[in-house]
Every structure is written in C-alpha cells, then in structure tokens.
Design a protein around this ligand. Structure first.
Ligand SMILES: [Cu+2]
Length: 357
C-alpha cells in the first residue's frame, strides 16, 4: 500500500518535471541510479511528451472535424470544395522533420555515450551461464552478486558459457546481450549507493528466472574494503589450498614447477624441508623462515645453479598469504611433518635461515 502511494506521488514530478536531475521510482521507471539513467529518461520523456501533444492535437482536431463537417440534411451543396494550401503542406512536413531530427540528435548523443566507455573505467568481467552470473574482479575475486564503487565508471566485459543471456540493471538503464563466443561491453557510473536488482532478460531455459541477483553500489571508499574482505581466501579455504591458488595468481608457478620438472626456478616439489646449496657455498635448511625470506628478499640467498631473476614480493604479499604458500609447499613435500632434520635444526635467530652442517 505504502509502496503504491509512493509510486503515485513519484508520478507527479515525473509528469510535471521530466527533466529534473533525480527522479524517485515512478509509475514508468525505477529510480535513476546511474548517469546513463538520466540520459535515457530524457530521451524517453521527450518522445513521451511529443507523443502526448500530438495525440491530443490529432484526436482533438479529428473530433472537432467530425462534428463540424458532419453530413447535414438536407445536404448542404453550397459548401465550397477544400482549396489546396501550399503553406499548410509545408508546415506539416517541416514540423515532423524538425521533431525527428531533434529526436535523432538527442538519441544519438546518448547512444554514443552509452557505448563509449570512458578511459580508466574499473573493469569487471561478467560470465553468464545456465543459470547464474559470475563477476570477476581485477584481483581475481569472483562473486555471484555484482559489487561496484560509487561515482566511478565501471566497464563490464561480458561473455556466456552456453546460450545467449542478457544483463539488465533497470535502475541503471543498462541492458546488453551476453553472447557465447564473443565479448560484449557495456559501462555505467552509479551515483547513488544502494542495492538494485540485476537480471537476465533473454529467455535462456528453465532456470532463466534464477538469474536474478543484485548489484550493490558501495559508498565512497568502501568498495576497496569490501573487495579486500571478500577476496580473503583464508576465510573460505584451508591454508594449503589458498596457498595453491595464490601461487597461481602471483605467478610463482610460471617459474617454479609443481610436478618436479625443471624451470627458471627450483621446483616446489620436495622443496620444503630439503637442504639447499647456495651460490656462496652454504647449506641451508628450507624451513618456514627460509621460504619466507626467499619470497620477500630473493637476493638474500641465491640457490646454486639458478639466475637471480626472482622478483621480490615484499609489499605485494601479506604474512597470511606467505603462511598459506608455506602450507602449500609443505603439502608438496615428502620432508614435511616430523622430519628428523627439521627437529634437530634449531633456528639461530628468528627470521634468519638455519644453516645445516
Ligand atoms: Cu540467462
């Protein structure tokens, strides 16, 4: 009931001032939550009001003519035949031409704006599949609901795993097909924090109606906090699995094999707990501290037989993530868990690799 009343009162400003910057939910449209929404609505209401004016004009004149020029009895033969009027012909040709050109210009400007993502937009990859959405953020995090920052252009690069879907966010006036085998792009800039419906609008099978989710627009500064918390692998995965994922994301596995094969760096297999020969002739035990140091300061100890090409991850990796990678390396090593070497080797100083004699 409340909602209906709200919509009715919302109708008033929409009808009276269709070009106002911000409209609430109305009878026709959900609230405007993006910059595109206003542009689309301006075109919509422009066409709407032109139609209203011409409808009134045509139906009004028609009614009047029906009455005014109705056939009378006895038939009034004295009525003169209608004369040709050149100026009238020109007028009713020129006015629709001007109206059409105006509509084209306004529509084309908005359309070009809608299909041209601004430079530096925040990019999110979208995958449509039977029957849900996957949103992949630049840091690798994947969610089923879309989350975006406020007041920042967001570019969606979209593809489908199976059939044609279509992503629709009514409050943003954004709608774009999601097609298998190609990438479609669309963009928007949300300006009002809140949660809005996001749905598939291309019938895609029995689960079509399940492709209904939300887009959350985070207030200024909160998006990064959300992304960081949401992408914390350690909340959802055991440390070794989180470490395995990180080793892939951080590119470690490009240089370190996980099957014992050779590579640019030593294989991760059986690394943990082994004895490493360094370039300057030391024998170091590959324990937690050694691995930690190899990651944050790779030049400190160089493994014999390898080039010093490993980049430092200091500042790019958190302690929890190092712990996860260590757990992963342990899971790849037969030296892990109660190995004799490890138990006898007491670290000389915390954080400093242990030398094996
Ligand atoms: Cu679908």
């Amino acid at each position: 009931m409340d909602n209906a009343a709200h919509r009715l009162t919302g109708l008033l400003p929409a009808v009276c001032f269709p070009f106002l910057a911000q409209l609430p939910d109305t009878f026709w449209m959900p609230s405007q939550a993006s910059t595109t929404a206003r542009e689309v609505d301006v075109v919509f209401y422009l066409i709407y009001w032109i139609s209203v004016v011409f409808f009134a004009l045509i139906v009004g004149l028609m009614t009047w003519f029906v009455v005014r020029y109705r056939r009378r009895r006895p038939h009034d033969a004295a009525q003169p035949a209608p004369a040709h009027s050149t100026s009238l012909e020109i007028t009713w040709t020129a006015i629709p031409v001007i109206v059409s050109v105006l509509l084209f210009i306004v529509g084309f400007k908005s359309y070009m704006n809608m299909v041209t993502p601004p430079r530096g937009a925040y990019e999110i990859a979208v995958t449509g599949q039977k029957w849900n959405w996957l949103f992949t953020y630049p840091n690798g995090h994947i969610s089923n609901e879309l989350h975006v920052p406020v007041d920042r252009p967001v570019l969606l690069t979209m593809t489908s795993e199976d059939v044609i879907h279509s992503l629709w966010i009514p409050a943003f006036r954004v709608k774009m097909d999601v097609v298998p085998g190609r990438y479609n792009r669309t963009w928007f800039e949300a300006h009002t924090p809140g949660t809005y419906p996001l749905l598939c609008t291309e019938y895609c099978g029995v689960g079509h109606a399940d492709m209904l989710t939300t887009v959350t627009v985070h207030p200024s500064g909160r998006f990064d906090t959300w992304l960081e918390a949401a992408s914390n692998l350690f909340d959802t995965l055991p440390p070794a699995e989180a470490g395995a994922l990180l080793a892939r994301r951080l590119g470690c596995v490009a240089c370190h094999s996980v099957d014992g094969a050779g590579g640019i760096g030593p294989s991760f297999v059986d690394l943990y707990g082994s004895t490493v020969a360094t370039r300057d002739g030391k024998q170091l035990l590959a324990d937690e501290n050694y691995i930690r140091r190899s990651i944050v300061d790779p030049m400190a100890e160089l493994v014999a037989g390898y080039d010093p090409v490993m980049p430092t991850y200091a500042g790019r990796i958190k302690d929890q993530e190092i712990t996860g990678i260590i757990a992963y390396l342990k899971s790849l090593s037969r030296h892990a868990g109660g190995d004799a070497e490890l138990e006898t080797a007491a670290p000389a100083e915390p954080g400093v690799p242990t030398e094996v004699r």
